[in-house]
Design a binder for this molecule. Structure first.
Ligand code: 3PG
Length: 311
């Protein structure tokens, strides 16, 4: 039984060592493919793999078809928009994620980037504080919950809207000190800072466009640590043009990164590479969970975190 760890963006060494230990203690063969840039290397490596651990690595039809013995893919992380779920189902491959394991790392980055931009990229000029401001969370999953928790320390008023939770569900989230609103319009209208936390699905693709963005205050700050495809980039560009104080902060670089950077250098910031989950702690949490889920899948048929349909 071969378990392949394929990470274009490698995990911390300690996480890899511990993943290897879990896999080998279970009696399986461990192999890793790290920092690969050419897909052909992944296609070669999966040829005899029975299980695959990935991060944002693309597992499309070609990869799945190159792996005739593959039984399980675990996305060590939350979003699984990088895996072709339909093909996986058709080939009887179980796809899982490790929800929540890297949430705190992403939430901390939200605040790191907010402070960096509200202090004008530490250029010495007069900045703004987060204290007492209104923060809107679009969706209320694991990352948003951690963001809400940290926001308390800044005495922020936190509003959340989730299209998938009822108002009653959200009311139960009171322990996070969050107020829930009935519509995304209400959320955008009442947010000095608006942070996106929904997964990329067909129904969330391009879900934030001109109309919603224009409801934000003129000096609103939009934060995206989720997926670039949630936003209509041209609409965001138009808002940034029309509103000389509006800011966009992101950990998922937009296609028009160079243009945003050139036109709005003080109001736009993108990390060079998605780094929300890039901490040793998150790597260890997500990586070890992934390894454990694989062992549990083979030993007990445990599919608790399965995200694709069965045939
Ligand atoms: C996730 O979906 O878990 C995050 O986007 C992190 O992705 P990464 O592990 O590829 O950095």
């Amino acid at each position: 039984m071969k378990v392949l760890l394929a990470t274009g963006k490698p995990f911390a060494t300690k996480a890899v060592e511990e993943i290897q230990q879990i896999i080998e203690s279970a009696g399986y063969l461990f192999e890793k493919l790290e920092s690969y840039t050419d897909k052909s290397l992944l296609l070669d490596a999966v040829r005899d793999a029975n299980a695959l651990i990935i991060r944002s690595d693309i597992v499309d039809r070609e990869v799945l078809e190159a792996a005739p013995n593959l039984k399980v893919v675990v996305r060590a992380g939350s979003g699984y928009d990088n895996v072709d779920l339909e093909t996986a189902t058709n080939r009887d491959v179980c796809v899982m994620n490790t929800p929540g394991q890297n949430a705190n790392a992403v939430a901390e980055l939200v605040f790191g980037m907010m402070i960096y931009m509200q202090r004008n990229q530490f250029d010495g000029s007069v900045g703004r504080e987060l204290f007492n401001k209104r923060l809107g969370l679009y969706a209320f999953g694991n990352v948003a919950k951690m963001v809400a928790r940290i926001a308390r320390g800044f005495n922020m008023t936190v509003n959340a809207y989730s299209p998938t939770l009822t108002h009653d569900d959200l009311r139960k989230e009171g322990e996070y000190g969050v107020y829930t609103v009935y519509s995304n319009r209400e959320l955008f209208m009442n947010s000095d800072f608006l942070s996106l936390h929904m997964p990329l699905l067909e129904e969330t693709r391009n879900c934030v466009g001109y109309e919603l963005l224009s409801l934000m205050p003129l000096d609103g700050v939009l934060i995206n640590t989720a997926r670039k495809e949630l936003l209509v980039e041209d609409d965001l560009m138009r808002i940034m043009e029309e509103r000389p104080r509006f800011k966009y902060i992101t950990d998922v670089m937009p296609d028009s990164h160079e243009e945003f950077q050139a036109r709005f250098p003080k109001r736009y910031f993108s990390t060079p590479k998605k780094m929300g989950a890039q901490t040793a702690e998150a790597n260890i949490n997500a990586g070890l969970a992934a390894a454990g889920q694989i062992v549990s899948y083979f030993r007990k048929g445990d599919e608790q975190y399965r995200v694709n349909n069965k045939t």
